[in-house]
Design a protein around this ligand. Sequence first.
Ligand code: ZN
Length: 295
Amino acid sequence: MKKYTILSVILLSVLLSLPLVSAADKVQVLVSIPPQTYFVQRIGGELVEVASMLPPGAFPHTFEPTAKQMKALSQAELYVRIQVEFEQAWWDKIVAANPGMSVVDSTQTIDWLEGTAHHHEEGTEEAKDEHEHNGRDPHVWLSPAAVKLQTEAIYQGLIHVDPVHKDTYLRNKEQFVADLEALDQEIRQILAGLKNRTFMVFHPSWAYFARDYQLQQLSIELEGKEPSAAEMAQIMKTAQAQNIRAIFVQPQTSKRSAEIIASQIGAQVKVLDPLAADWLENLRRVAQTLAESLQ
Ligand code: ZN
């Protein structure tokens, strides 16, 4: 008996001295959209491996997961929700594909904006946007303040599935929050002193950003669709009245109506990407592009 005990002790000490995190040991986390991979990676660091259901270039309002992705789901230990359309539409199937997976909803403490209520000028308010769901604007990952509200849920999700590394996750979360606060200050400085604070976009992704930095977003897209000829004429009038110098498109949507309106009013078409995975750098670029364009 004693022999076996000694053997177990030796075996245990060998096991304990093995390097801690091989790739297979990392906490497998799934998120819905690429910017969330950045958020989870910041808090999880080396301890996690994060994958996004939405691949680069896809559009979260119309995307449908592939069979291969649904299968890959069974590897995940944690899903961080953000309540975009496809995630809601597919949620029952996602859970069915991996019933044992832990889930956190990072939007629990979000101060939701109404879905594209301040769409166009008064008079077109009856043009309700399909884009919203439950009347809420889903683009909650596009302001540092809104992301800060999501860090606690991500942290709680990680310590739930990997309580041993609680201290590391806490340290990482605090550093990330400090970086979010610094980015917020930096964006305020970049946008300070702009006289013209109204910008026009094709797809209305930037309402939270606009709210936090006292900007006004005007959208071309109506009800998730390209506008009709009559609506286009109305939008052009608005753009001229607001002295719009640039119209912003995103890589995942059509540029056609933005180009038509821009050429009619002598504005430029520029790209702002709401779904870039290098989230922090991207938001800084967005602020700089807006500042240059709204001079
Ligand atoms: Zn969107």
